[in-house]
Design a protein around this ligand. Structure first.
Ligand code: GRG
Length: 320
């Protein structure tokens, strides 16, 4: 089953958001429009807009209002991907050349900045200080998460806590904010939008852990980038943290540096795949999903809750 079939009733609204995203990246400067459109048309799951819309259904759902929130959240995500690809010197994203590879680092930085600015502009349509405070805090956290990731690269002596704090900032908080902001913009009561934040946070933690697992278990075609890219970048993800408990693996991993090649990390990828660390990581991801399900139980029943339930189940099994 495809992810999109879980929420076919949102198709028209998601199509509208797609058109809004295209309109929003347009600028008088073809360089910015071309680069923005290139990333948009490369695909992407648009899960943040989906969470915005489903959460908005807990309030007064008005797509003409909610679309600005969905566009804003997807544009922050896009801006962060464009900057991330410069930081990681990555050539492929969503199976297509990155902006920095197709153009150059300078244009990628301008494009990322422009997308972030467009995101803030889209959110001004929501005249609610709480929404803006949450959005600003979220962007600060995403930036801190990235700085922590850079600081922790190649550090084999980091704790599980450090890893969890990093993924909370770099991924989970943006998904949490997508849920809460959708509900806030739709005027949902406080006790509902707060719960949706925590639902999004737990789903987001599981989503990132799964991303870290897929870096080893998926194919290059599924990932849209080479297998083991995170490891090659020196990112100590959950499967790697577990694998470091083996002293022999630790000795091999300590040899990785920015000069290491894909050929050199292949044996490490093989070791990870042959051990139980993937299973152990899936268990941690499942624990977060269980917490997400518990929060869903506390929300009013209806189409939104049941769809969030299916989306959560799918996220636990995703292969993309
Ligand atoms: C400009 C806001 C801003 C931040 C700068 C570079 C940076 C600081 C942050 C990068 C954070 C980052 C890349 C987090 C990864 C998040 C993640 C899980 C990406 C993959 O998300 P998917 O699977 O991607 O939803 P698609 O392609 O489907 O949209």
């Amino acid at each position: 089953m495809k992810f999109k079939t879980l929420y076919t009733f949102l198709k028209n609204d998601l199509d509208l958001i797609e058109q809004e995203l295209e309109k929003t990246v347009m600028s008088d400067y073809s360089m910015l429009s071309d680069a923005g459109l290139h990333l948009l048309q490369a695909g992407g799951k648009r899960i943040r807009p989906v969470f915005v819309l489903l959460s908005a259904m807990f309030g007064t759902y008005d797509i003409q209002r909610i679309k600005h929130v969905a566009v804003s959240l997807e544009m922050i995500h896009m801006a962060s991907l464009v900057h991330d690809d410069v930081i990681d010197d990555a050539d492929l994203r969503r199976g297509k050349p990155t902006i920095k590879a197709k153009w150059d680092n300078r244009i990628a930085m301008y494009t990322g900045d422009y997308l972030l600015a467009c995101s803030l502009e889209a959110m001004t349509k929501i005249e609610n200080p709480l929404a803006h405070r949450l959005l600003s805090k979220t962007i600060v956290d995403v930036c801190l998460g990235e700085i922590e990731q850079i600081k922790d690269k190649y550090h084999v002596d980091q704790s599980l806590r450090t890893y969890l704090k990093r993924i909370k900032r770099k991924t989970a908080i943006l998904i949490a904010a997508s849920c809460q902001l959708g509900a806030i913009a739709a005027g949902a009561p406080e006790q509902i939008h707060r719960k949706l934040y925590w639902y999004g946070y737990f789903v987001g933690m599981s989503f990132q852990i799964t991303d870290d697992i897929l870096d080893f278990t998926a194919t290059e075609e599924e990932l849209g980038k080479p297998v083991g890219s995170d490891l090659l970048q020196g990112n100590i993800t959950l499967p790697v943290l577990f694998a470091l408990e083996d002293p022999m693996f630790r000795i091999e991993l300590e040899k990785i540096s920015s000069d290491t090649t894909f050929e050199e990390i292949n044996p490490l990828i093989e070791r990870i795949l042959q051990s139980d660390v993937i299973e152990k990581s899936i268990k941690v991801s499942d624990q977060y999903l269980q917490k997400a399900f518990s929060i869903l139980e506390e929300l009013p029943s209806g189409r939104s809750r049941s769809t969030l339930y299916s989306v959560t189940k799918y996220i636990g099994k995703r292969k993309f």
